[in-house]
Design a protein around this ligand. Sequence first.
Ligand code: ASP
Length: 298
Amino acid sequence: MRETTKNYALALHGGAGAVPGRDYAAVEEHLRELAGACEAQLADGRCSLDVVELAVAELERSGLYVAGRGSAPNTAGYVELDASIMAGTSREAGAIAALSGFVSPVKVARDVMEKTPHVLLVGTGAAKFARDNHCEEVKDPDNYYQLPVGVTEDDIDNKAHGTVGAVALDLSGALSAATSTGGTFGKLEGRVGDTPLIGPGTWADDDIALSCTGTGEHIIRAGGAIAIACRYKSGVALSVAIEEMLTEVMRLGGDAGVIAVTRNAEIATLYNSDGMKRASVSTLATLNVATFELTLNG
Ligand code: ASP
């Protein structure tokens, strides 16, 4: 049994699709501010489930990332979004996939968790549920969606991708995780990646909370977050557990990134893509914000 300390910890990611040489200063500033706001909430005693939801909702709303407002249409010409959220203590979870027309997919996912006996709703059923629960709708899709930071029109045919995620440990020792994505640019209508899948894309239990980003098809086939959690819970060091999953993703032909926090307030933000937009902070570690190897804090 691992020891619990009275700490909080937080990690955010803005996706593992970062391209070397592009300017992510606006993203890093946004992550810095958001991590600071989330830290204040955790220090105040707010539960980790609320904090990961509000973090991901802000990442979706900003339009800076490939999630929520920064998402691009599928090959049929419309936006379909995926999201999931999980509470580690109760193992309750909610998710939506291929959802169109709503501002905050993670909010809909939390409603699925709290208002239905189900874990995952998809497509038109998910949209009907979101409407029935008065989730905010995108009124003018043509003017709402925008290209996120670091993505150009040329990238759209190159299967650019991105995701946002948050993992947190609160002062009561509860761990939570949430992830949201626009998926891969130019994806087929109905395509669903790892993000809304409880297990591969998002996982939280009593020991660890994880959110994945990267090429979803490879993450699913490598096991993703739950594969890391199983390794970690059997005694493998956190960084080794993550690296083993990332190595498997690469062996299968993809690349990915992972953020994790543990009940001991240990944080890991690791990737084998070119970069991963990320921020982390805890009672044991000062705020760190980075996209590639160099951090803003040195
Ligand atoms: N994992 C996401 C997906 O495949 C994309 C990403 O994280 O960049 O939908």
